[in-house]
Each structure stands twice: as structure tokens, then as C-alpha cells.
Design a protein around this ligand. Structure first.
Ligand code: NAP
Length: 346
């Protein structure tokens, strides 16, 4: 049997010496090395920033979306959007387990798992696209994927619908990081609070902050109304996060000159860095969970306005994040219900 590198370096085709995430192209042969897991893929959950970009390029036509997805995987051996640089994750059944992984004793052929590493580093073969959920970016396919020895995964829970669990796993780093960042009494501003990550962040921010002031920013009245109904935010503002001057004025009206201790950005569009930075107090924290964030725009923008804030990159991983997020949803029936509604399960 072929022996693989723990980080999947044996799968990198171009450029030689790169890590799989940074590589342009991976070897996606569906052959299981000694330290890999081969998966029969059922659903891809395309990262929201990536799917929004593909949908726009495709003029909102499902067939065109499918053509672009096939092109990406054909060119790169993985679903790594070359425009946004982001991936997503997948759910499928274990088809084969290499002996190195088998020794761990926690995975059997036939188990249903969600990968918790990005599609941007997951070797993938896409045979057929069966259905595209144009609203939520979940795509039913037949295909095969490879998980490296270092790749983390979660078994699908049996008490939460698959499509909801997949969406929650995709964004599970966000509420877990929120629990680390938000302290009792903190004021928090959340951009994209009505989206999948935003809703989990909003719930966790309320739990962690207690009586602190929570401001939710969403774009569009219907989305704002959904957030208002949950009752976790002190103020829900209907604002375009790409318009920093308007955002600053509206949040200033609510929080006053100190602005927020913590700002969390969960939107799926570009050009929202300055709105986020402007809403943070001096020495406050800005957590950029959004994959549409530009490091350059954030760093140079903050410097340009002389704002001394801690900026946190949205590392998708933190220890125990999957269980943390799933328990948050399980223990908050209103949150589970909103997710079920999003995926038309109720
Ligand atoms: P989502 O469910 O699509 O939520 C995005 C939210 O942002 C939506 O509620 C959307 O409103 C709102 N929004 C869009 N444009 C806006 C604007 N101009 N002003 C204010 N709000 C706006 O996406 P998600 O799955 O939660 O993902 C959110 C972000 O996290 C994405 O950038 C995604 O790439 C990133 N992400 C990061 C990681 C990581 O590991 N760091 C993992 C997963 C996802 P509408 O629905 O009305 O458009």
C-alpha cells in the first residue's frame, strides 16, 4: 500500500513543495494511501463567500454554477475557488480507511462523517452534480474525496437533520471563538448576524456577554425581522456593511463614542473591513470570520485611521469547536428552528 505524508504533501502536484491548501493542484486519484480516509461524497457545503461569487459569475443559473464547479475541480483536483480562495466542507460515507487511521479504532467503513477541514485542501473527484441548493450553497453530488491523517472530521449526529448539521459544522469555529473573545458585560457588534455563522455568534455573544449591549447588523428588512424575533440583540440595524460611514453613524447612535469591545464579521461579501474596524473601541477586538476579508484592507485601513485594535483572523479551527457549536444548537431550540427553516426542513 502507498505510504502518505501526515499533512498530505504526497498529494501536491503543483507547485512542488507547497502545502496542500496553498497548492494550485492536488493529485485527486481516489486511491487510499496507508494514512488516508477515502470518502463517498454525498453533499458539498460550499463556503458562503465562494458560493456567492460562483452564483454571481453564473448569473444565478444552476447549470452555469455546475459548470463552474466542475471546472474548478478539474483544474485543481479540489474545490478551491480561485477567486475567493475559500472552500467549504463535505459530508459522505467512509469507503476505505488506511491502516494508520484504522489503528485509532474510531472509524468504520460505512460511517457517515463531515470533514472539518476545508475543501480548499481536500482531494476531490466530482462524478455528477445531482442537485444545487441555490440559496444555501449545499450541492448533492456523487464523487470521492480524500482526508489526510491530519484531517479532522465529525461523525454526523443522529438528533439533528443532516443538512443543518453540515451547515453548523461548516461555521463551528465562529461560536467557539466568540466564547473565547466575549467577556461578561462586553458590548458586541455582529455583522451578518442573520446568516449561519452570524446566528450562532449572536446566540453565543448573548450567553457570554450577559447584560452587555449586543448590536446585530443585517442587510434587508426581512433578515432583520428574523433576528429581532430571536430577542438576543439589543438593537438590530438594517445596514449595508460595505458602507462604513453609514454603519459608523448608526452604531455610534446606539453605543455612543466608546463603540464596541468586540466586533465580529460574519458577512459573505467583500469590502466590509472598515465598517468592522470603525465599530470597535480603542484596543477592542475585531474578529474577521468572513472569508471575504482582505488582510491588506484591514491592516492598512486600521493604520490609516490610527485605530489600535486587535484583529483576529478567522481560524476555522479551535479545540472542541464541532461539539461546542452542535451543543449550542441542540440546547437552543429557537436556533435549531431557524436553521431548520433556512433549509426548509420544517
Ligand atoms: P451566510 O449564511 O451566507 O451569511 C452571510 C450573512 O451576511 C447573510 O445574512 C447576508 O445577508 C449578510 N450580508 C451579505 N451582504 C451584506 C452586507 N452588505 N451588509 C450586511 N450584511 C450582509 O454565510 P455563513 O455561512 O454564515 O458565512 C459567513 C462568512 O464566514 C463567509 O464569508 C464565509 O466565507 C465565512 N466562513 C469562514 C469560515 C472560517 O473558517 N473562518 C468557515 C465558514 C465560513 P443576506 O442573506 O440577506 O444576503
Amino acid at each position: 500500500m502507498l505510504k502518505g505524508h501526515p499533512y498530505g504533501l504526497h498529494r501536491v502536484l503543483d507547485p512542488v513543495g507547497a502545502m496542500p491548501q496553498a497548492a494550485w493542484k492536488l493529485d485527486n486519484q481516489p486511491v487510499c494511501y496507508d494514512n488516508e480516509i477515502l470518502i463517498d461524497v454525498e453533499v458539498l457545503n460550499i463556503d458562503s463567500a465562494s458560493f456567492a461569487q460562483i452564483r454571481e459569475e453564473a448569473g444565478n443559473h444552476p447549470q452555469q454554477v455546475a459548470a463552474i464547479m466542475h471546472r474548478i475541480v478539474r483544474d485543481r483536483g479540489k474545490h478551491h475557488n480561485p477567486v475567493t480562495g475559500s472552500g467549504g466542507m463535505l459530508v459522505g460515507r467512509v469507503a476505505e480507511v488506511g491502516p494508520v487511521i484504522r489503528r485509532r479504532g474510531d472509524l468504520e467503513v460505512g460511517d457517515k462523517i463531515a470533514t472539518l477541514v476545508s475543501l480548499s485542501l481536500t482531494p476531490l473527484v466530482m462524478e455528477e452534480i445531482k442537485h444545487i441548493d441555490m440559496k444555501n450553497g449545499q450541492v448533492e453530488i456523487t464523487g470521492k474525496a480524500i482526508l489526510f491523517e491530519s484531517g479532522i472530521y465529525a461523525k454526523m449526529p443522529d438528533d439533528v437533520p443532516d443538512r443543518v448539521a453540515l451547515a453548523v459544522f461548516d461555521v463551528c469555529g465562529a461560536p467557539a471563538q466568540t466564547a473565547r473573545l466575549v467577556k461578561p458585560g462586553n458590548s458586541v457588534v455582529i455583522f451578518g448576524a442573520g446568516g449561519k455563522s452570524g446566528l450562532t455568534v449572536l446566540r453565543q455573544a448573548r450567553l457570554s456577554s450577559g447584560s452587555g449591549n449586543i448590536v446585530a447588523v443585517e442587510y434587508g428588512e426581512a433578515a432583520c425581522e428574523r433576528v429581532r424575533k430571536l430577542g438576543w440583540a439589543d438593537a438590530v440595524l438594517n445596514l449595508d456593511a460595505t458602507k462604513p460611514a453609514e454603519v459608523y453613524a448608526a452604531v455610534h447612535d446606539v453605543l455612543g463614542p466608546d463603540m464596541a469591545d468586540v466586533v465580529i464579521n460574519c458577512v459573505n461579501v467583500s469590502n466590509t473591513e472598515m465598517s468592522s474596524i470603525l465599530c470597535a473601541r480603542e484596543l477592542g477586538s475585531v474578529y474577521f470570520f468572513s472569508m471575504a476579508t482582505s488582510f491588506t484592507a484591514a491592516a492598512l485601513g486600521a493604520e490609516g485611521i490610527g485605530k489600535d485594535v486587535n484583529m483576529v483572523i478567522g481560524n476555522g479551527y479551535c479545540k472542541g469547536h464541532a461539539e461546542f457549536a452542535m451543543n449550542l444548537v441542540r440546547n437552543t431550540p429557537e436556533l435549531l428552528r431557524v436553521f431548520e427553516e433556512k433549509f426548509a426542513i420544517v
